[in-house]
Design a protein around this ligand. Sequence first.
Ligand SMILES: *[C@@H]1O[C@H](CO)[C@@H](O)[C@H](O)[C@H]1NC(C)=O
Ligand SMILES: *[C@@H]1O[C@H](CO)[C@@H](O)[C@H](O)[C@H]1NC(C)=O
Ligand SMILES: *[C@@H]1O[C@H](CO)[C@@H](O)[C@H](O)[C@H]1NC(C)=O
Ligand SMILES: *[C@@H]1O[C@H](CO)[C@@H](O)[C@H](O)[C@H]1NC(C)=O
Ligand SMILES: *[C@@H]1O[C@H](CO)[C@@H](O)[C@H](O)[C@H]1NC(C)=O
Length: 487
Amino acid sequence: MRSIPTFVLLALPLLDWYVVFGYGIRKGPETNQDISYTTHYITQKVDHFGFANDNTYKQRYLLNDQHWRPGSPIFFYTGNEGAIDWFCNNTGIMWEWAPSFNAMLIFAEHRYYGESLPYGNKSFDSPNHLNYLTSEQALADFVSLIADVKQRMPATSKSPVVAFGGSYGGMLAAWLRMKYPSAVVGAFAASAPIWEFGDLVPLGGFAVVTTKSYASANPNCPIIIRRSWSVMDQLASSVEGREFLASALGLCNPVKSSAEVKSWLSSTWINLAMANYPYKANFLEPLPAWPVKAICSHLSDINLDHKELVHAVRHAVDVYYNYTGSASCYKTSESATGNLGDQGWDIQSCTEMVMPMSNDGVNDMFEPSPWNMTAVTEDCQKKFKLTPRPDWIIRQYGGRNISAHSNIIFSNGLLDPWSAGGVMQSISESLVAIVIADGAHHVDLRSSHPDDPISVQMARKKEKAIIAHWLGYQPKSLKATVGRNVL
Ligand SMILES: *[C@@H]1O[C@H](CO)[C@@H](O)[C@H](O)[C@H]1NC(C)=O
Ligand SMILES: *[C@@H]1O[C@H](CO)[C@@H](O)[C@H](O)[C@H]1NC(C)=O
Ligand SMILES: *[C@@H]1O[C@H](CO)[C@@H](O)[C@H](O)[C@H]1NC(C)=O
Ligand SMILES: *[C@@H]1O[C@H](CO)[C@@H](O)[C@H](O)[C@H]1NC(C)=O
Ligand SMILES: *[C@@H]1O[C@H](CO)[C@@H](O)[C@H](O)[C@H]1NC(C)=O
């Protein structure tokens, strides 16, 4: 594993948008589940969709069957852009619900991440080797893994499988149900921005939601952040100003231009919005409860002069990067984590996962930054010799027209920037949107916590009841089987 608290990074090839897409945080202090699993490997075809390439690779998956009984369900986590053990440890709700359903838990690693590398340490060295890093191949891995488990463990052959996933993993869970409805009875897709493609949602939505999160913590906060950009430009225009910026912000490196500082700060504000959980937790960095509020308590006075404003920004940044008091200085190259870790997502966002976004600086607190597909394409060709296909995901997975599908929960938190690309209204009786007023990025997949707001508690109750319904439990029999905490 990486040295910094594990994370998942979505580095959009878009100017200064380096956004952490991923998973919330480590096991919180209140989480008492015993996470114990066995590690397994399945031999997968590198190319599920052709017959010319016979290469295989070993896909890792983790399994826990301590609560499982023959015929009872399998909860299957569709791994996303990171090593699977981390998702396993950080999807507390599956562990919490397993006893109620006597569920077996399987966490499947996504190809090209963690240990599941189709061409070992050469997986990223050429377009030929990268060719098999697609969501379609990943879904085919998942469905093959399910079939393999059922074959090798006959007692599971009748077990219904429920897909779980958060973020990109949530997209995969939903798409697995859509594409392979015979393999999974339903999918719980938490904070899955399946519509953050093409023109399915407004390009500015992500930035607007982020800004709203800050405004709801303190109405002056986004105003000050918006003002900070031009203040930094002005300061960075002189040697003396650049020196001031570096020292006032506690940077390790000298400031060469305002761009790097601004980019670092915007990523920081975005990551904070995603990690805006109601309790003290360890996201990319350890954070206090409701960290956006904590940040904004330093950004509330709109009458500051330039230098005072920079000092205020520093206090805010301290909350994010130095909550534990162990940072000696800050690196603008390490906005999220200090370690970019897996490179897979950079590749994916240069092929299929093109999520267009823009800022206008009016409806949001960021600097204006239009979406420029030409620039993105050139960048991808330069970095990876790959040309994005921005329309493909919509064709492949149906865009907004997914009403023919069934049994998917789309949950989104209104505090989460990614909710802008999510399904926010139920599409049918069985394509259910659950909107969590006080929720950041897939907070509902995390273990429950005494400080969870009512909206989060209600969401989990509803999600659990819907899954029970897919599995054919009558409310009564579920109660009888599983005891008090259901429905
Ligand atoms: C996951 O949890 C197990 C058991 O508690 C632990 O041994 C392992 O180091 C954890 N892995 C990560 C990535 O957190
Ligand atoms: C790649 O893997 C091979 C075989 O496992 C090993 O011999 C080689 O040293 C590795 N190369 C690098 C650059 O890590
Ligand atoms: C982090 O906090 C510690 C303890 O308060 C302090 O000594 C240190 O200078 C801080 N680091 C930065 C970069 O502000
Ligand atoms: C988009 O990017 C291309 C390539 O970098 C550049 O030539 C073009 O001027 C940009 N378009 C706009 C509208 O900024
Ligand atoms: C959506 O898909 C259904 C079939 O799944 C089709 O009947 C309907 O015409 C489509 N609607 C639109 C607006 O494309």
